[in-house]
Design a protein. Structure first.
Lengths: 271, 790
């Protein structure tokens, strides 16, 4: 299939992009790497009048460390995060996760902001940024606001992004020296979207002990309970309870797969 | 072998220069002046009466429906089998009053670009009255099921019964094992989808249809029948074609539509199948269901086999193979490479509201092998022996070759048991068994599986006239022509879409004539330029067209020798062809000079020279046209994750016998590709349908195929038993790689699951199915423990 006809703009200033996206005479959508929106256009699942390409806005492509925070522009590609040409405050988490996203061809174009804005529950960045306790900074007609990623993702392909808003950057807190990270995703094929993701961060110096169950057909389930990680909390019944309210709750196979994913992620930090 | 680049040489492919540099010319590369693009409006439902097709007034001239074609006398596609009891279907190229599967073409839209054609298609509304759906073949055969074709008495294209009395064996056999086994409906997903460009050539007054096909001559015959045009008014050209596997081995409704449009419009038209169309409208192969029982003695020697088999043949009978080829073939090939005497098999080609079934690489054999090889393992388990030992017990031994099996299949040659012994040795079974005993540190379960098959290939008239379908292969023809500068042109009616024929046929010709490979040109894929052929299918091209090339080249060699001997003032009986030169004693003259003489210095020719000159068309059939039987044993070691149900392939060995190999690298390539597809069948590929007949996978996110990270390094060991019936002793090899992987992997997975008492029987063997099997086993174990303690 081929996309319905659309107009295309490629502004170089964020304000200009926001102006274009705020137009009420046309339906406009922001696009960066187009690794999800591209297929949606071709399948005619998305039929915007105007595509606003935000990849030539310099500030959205920046990545820099400021004190205890790593600021990652929305248009930073997975490939760049994988290659690690930045002061990585996450001590290797970002490059390792990035390297497991799809294939290099996808990583070369796909962006961290696009991935979170698209909000596929199986996306690596949603699980990872949630576990890292990152904030997303949203820019819109009313200025900027910061939201924890865990609150930003509302459901399947559903976010807190309001009309006219785009993601500007992510703020990821630096990990301390003794932080430990566990990440396990279940894919039937290399490069496939995850069927179940477990992400675990233990950072005693900052008092963080967090487990995330993601790719569960909805927003990630966050468990800020050290018992799950260090004690006997990662039992199938406990995970089943945690997943009860999600779309896969009650599906024995799915619950089992998520339990195993989380268990194996935990094993990485407790080993 | 006689020549460094002749039969048996590992020569690099001539076609790679073009194909690997992206310089091939596929349907999608063709640009004709004024060409417009087509988009089809397809049925959104699986079964419905069409109340009407609403076309916006402004697009009326750009949209056509069946009534437009029918008014012009276009006939539906009809592929009737002559087998008794076959019910014929009629498939109009665009739906006529009724739709019978999701994706069936209803209307065609024309515009300057595909996107604009899709814009129009989106505005065409098909008003339907939905009818009850046959989404599952086992439901469709029940009394009272809605009928796909109303005037039929039931939904069965054809029922066949093979074999006979087995009751006595059933009553007395010491060992009896029964299984229910199922394979999934798949898409063939060639790299290039279907595609066609059609235009009317005013100069030669011909419809020229350039189409991604495996069989241009058969497409021409089918088009002629549907469009009511003499075959002389139709030229079918296959350009570069990016894989077929069977999906391009039929007359497509879209080809009929494109051909009709080109006849009536003053511009060329093109349709290219996109991936979504392919997944939604062309999930058309592999779906079998078996109820099967094997009878054996205490050593595992098979005493008999009986089975009922159902094949979901979809809504229509495809041209030319018909709707019953797959199921009826099940009946004749289910016994596999084994020697036993008592057999009964009943098959049903079931008509459902799904895309029409098309023979896919391996055709029925992949399903048959999946069923039969599970039974061998089941018998082995029942008698407490290694599965490979039970295979040795039952395989036709080499001293019985040639051998007629229980269904009268004539196995030509080979040492089937030796392939098992070599495979078991190569996979190093003892090492895996020791590892199984030790257990894995990560808790995964190791399993080893073996599967053996033999594959009838290049079967000809003797087999096909019995089917009574629209084509029966006879003598395969090739034309050979030495050019005035001493090169060689070969023309064959088969079509190369990945088989490397531009290289391998040149090797055959080189073997006979000694002309260097670089100067041999293969012309194929064009009805105007090549002899008639049923095309490329059934692993037949090297046996049949290769044999014809050799025959034609031998005829030319004879003529070349006579002219050469005359020019060298020697006797023809003293002349020999050596390295592209005629030699008489110490004297020598190159073919180039002989060609020059025939074309440009005829005054020097002998007075009794053959007036056919340096060009000939020769026909060929093997000494037996019941087909060659290549065979192989696949052995695979896997690790099964019992928590996730995932399967990792740790080692994969193929021991195969293709007879004489024309080019071992090409044979290896066919096996690698086949195994990759077989792994797809085994572990990944399935088009799920809901109860309403809706296909539930429409992108590669939902329809999984193995990528290069999922396909292991396959170790191939060759045995070479020349066929006694063919040129050079070659056997067909194109399909074989895809036959055994599901069976070998199933047996390996079950070997791994055995300690848990779990078993899978259906393909693909997905994590869901493996976990369910483990769960069922532990539930029933718990139940029996509870029973015991009560």
């Amino acid at each position: 299939m081929k996309a319905v006809g659309f107009d295309y703009e490629r502004p170089t200033a964020l304000d200009h992009a926001l102006e274009l996206l705020a137009r009420d005479d046309v339906s406009a959508r922001a696009v960066a790497g187009a690794q999800s929106l591209g297929p949606m256009l071709n399948l005619r699942l998305a039929q915007p009048d105007l595509l606003v390409d935000i990849t030539h806005i310099a500030e959205l492509r920046q990545i820099r460390r400021e004190d205890g925070t790593l600021r990652i522009g929305a248009c930073v590609t997975h490939a760049r995060l994988e290659d690690g040409d930045y002061d990585d405050a996450t001590r290797g988490v970002l490059p390792a996760v990035a390297a497991g996203i799809a294939y290099r061809a996808v990583r070369n174009r796909g962006t961290i902001g696009g991935s979170v804005a698209h909000a596929d529950p199986a996306a690596d960045w949603i699980a990872t940024l949630t576990a890292l306790g990152a904030d997303v900074v949203v820019a819109g007609p009313a200025g900027r606001r910061a939201v924890p990623v865990s609150d930003f993702v509302l459901g399947v392909f559903e976010t807190d992004l309001q009309p006219g808003e785009i993601i500007a950057e992510f703020r990821v807190p630096a990990l301390s020296e003794r932080a430990r990270w566990g990440y396990y995703k279940v894919c039937r094929k290399a490069g496939e979207f995850s069927h179940a993701t477990g992400a675990v961060l233990v950072d005693p110096a900052r008092g963080v002990s967090r487990a995330v169950i993601a790719a569960a057909s909805g927003r990630p389930v966050v468990v800020d309970d050290p018992e799950v990680i260090h004690g006997n909390g990662c039992r199938p019944e406990r995970i089943a309870d945690l997943l009860a309210g999600t779309p896969i709750g009650g599906d024995a196979f799915e619950v089992n797969t998520h339990t195993v994913a989380l268990k194996r992620a935990i094993a990485q930090v407790t080993a | 072998m006689a020549h460094a680049s002749g039969v048996g040489a590992r020569v690099r492919r001539k076609e790679d220069e073009r194909l690997l540099r992206g310089r091939g010319r596929f349907v999608g590369d063709i640009a004709l002046p004024g060409m417009k693009e087509l988009a089809f409006v397809r049925s959104p439902v699986a079964h419905a009466r069409i109340r009407g097709v609403d076309i916006p007034e402004e697009h009326r001239a750009a949209v056509f429906i069946w009534a437009d074609l029918a008014m012009d006398g276009v006939k539906p596609i009809r592929a009737v089998s002559g087998l008794p009891g076959f019910k014929a279907s009629e498939q109009p190229a665009l739906a006529d009053g009724k739709v019978r599967f999701v994706g069936e073409p209803v209307a065609v839209c024309i515009a300057a670009t595909r996107a604009e054609a899709e814009d129009i298609a989106a505005q065409v509304f098909v008003d339907v009255e939905e009818l009850p759906v046959n989404a599952d073949m086992l439901e469709a055969v029940k009394p009272g099921a809605p009928r796909v074709h109303e005037h039929w008495s039931d939904n069965v294209f054809l029922e066949t019964n093979v074999g006979g009395a087995i009751a006595e064996i059933a009553a007395t056999a010491p060992v009896k094992v029964t299984r229910t086994i199922r394979t999934a409906r798949q898409c063939m997903v060639p790299l290039e989808g279907k595609g066609v460009v059609a235009h009317w050539d005013r100069h030669v007054e011909q419809l020229v249809l350039t189409t991604a096909t495996q069989m241009p001559h058969i497409v021409r015959a089918g088009l002629s029948e549907c469009l009511g045009l003499d075959q002389g008014l139709i030229r079918v050209v296959a350009p570069d074609v990016g894989g077929g596997f069977g999906w391009k081995g039929l007359l497509q409704p879209e080809e009929v539509v494109a051909g009709w449009l080109a006849r009536h419009l003053d511009h060329p038209v093109r349709w290219t199948e996109d991936r979504r169309e392919h997944l939604v409208a062309a999930a058309n192969c592999r779906e079998h269901h078996y109820e099967i029982t094997a009878y054996a003695d205490e050593r595992g020697r098979l005493l008999g086999l009986e089975a009922d088999a159902w094949v979901d043949a979809g809504a229509y009978s495809v041209y030319p193979f018909s709707a019953c080829l797959e199921a009826a073939q099940v009946g004749s090939i289910l016994p596999g490479p084994y020697d036993f005497r008592h057999y009964r098999c009943r098959t049903f080609s079931v008509c459902t509201n799904k895309p029409p079934i098309v023979p896919y690489r391996g055709v029925a054999r992949t399903g048959v092998c999946f069923a039969m090889e599970q039974m061998i393992d089941a018998v082995a388990e029942a008698v407490g022996r290694e599965p490979w030992e039970v295979r040795l017990e039952n395989l036709v031994p080499p001293d019985k070759m040639p051998f007629d099996n229980v269904t009268k299949k004539h196995f030509d040659s080979g040492d089937y048991p030796e392939s098992v012994r070599r495979a078991v040795a190569a996979i190093e079974l003892d090492g895996w068994r020791a590892r199984q005993t030790r257990g894995e540190p990560d808790g995964r379960l190791i399993g080893v599986g073996v599967a053996t098959y033999c594959e009838q290939s290049a079967h000809g008239t003797a087999v096909y006239y019995g089917w009574g379908i629209p084509m029966v292969p006879g003598h395969e023809q090739a034309q050979a022509r030495i050019t005035p500068d001493g090169g060689l042109e070969l023309r064959v009616g088969v079509q190369s879409h990945g088989q490397s024929m531009e290289t391998t046929f040149a090797q055959v010709a080189h073997e006979v004539l000694g002309i260097e490979l670089a100067r041999i040109k293969l012309v194929h894929g064009d009805t105007a330029l090549t002899p008639y052929s049923t095309g490329t299918w059934g692993s037949r091209s090297m046996v049949m067209a290769g044999g014809a090339v050799a025959t034609a080249c031998r005829t030319l060699a004879e003529r070349v020798l006579r002219i050469g001997a005359h020019l060298l003032q020697g006797r023809p009986e003293d002349a020999r062809l050596v390295d592209g030169c005629v030699r008489v004693g110490q004297a020598s003259i190159p073919i180039r000079d002989i060609a020059h003489t025939w074309y440009r210095a005829p005054q020097l020719l002998p007075p009794d020279v053959d007036r056919g000159g340096l060009e000939t068309t020769c026909g060929y059939k093997p000494k037996s046209d019941h087909g060659t039987f290549s065979y192989a044993t696949h052995a695979v070691a896997v690790a099964v994750d019992p928590e996730l149900g995932s399967v990792e392939i740790l080692d994969y060995v193929v021991v195969e016998d293709a007879g004489t190999m024309v080019n071992p690298m090409v044979v290896d390539g066919q096996i690698y590709g086949g195994v990759a597809q077989g792994i797809g069948t085994a572990l990944y590929e399935r088009m799920p349908y809901d109860d309403e007949g809706q296909p539930l996978a429409s992108t590669f996110m939902d329809y999984l195929i193995p990528g290069f990270t999922e396909v292991p390094h396959v170790r191939i060991l060759h045995m070479m038993t020349p066929s006694p019936y063919t040129e050079f002793g070659v056997k067909g090899i194109g399909e074989g790689g895809a036959i055994a992987p599901p069976a070998a992997l199933c047996n390996a997975i079950n070997d791994a699951l055995r300690p848990l008492g779990a078993r899978v029987t259906d393909s693909p063997m997905t994590p869901e199915r493996i976990i369910a099997a483990i769960h069922d086993a532990s539930t029933s174990a718990a139940a029996s423990t509870a029973e015991a303690t009560r």
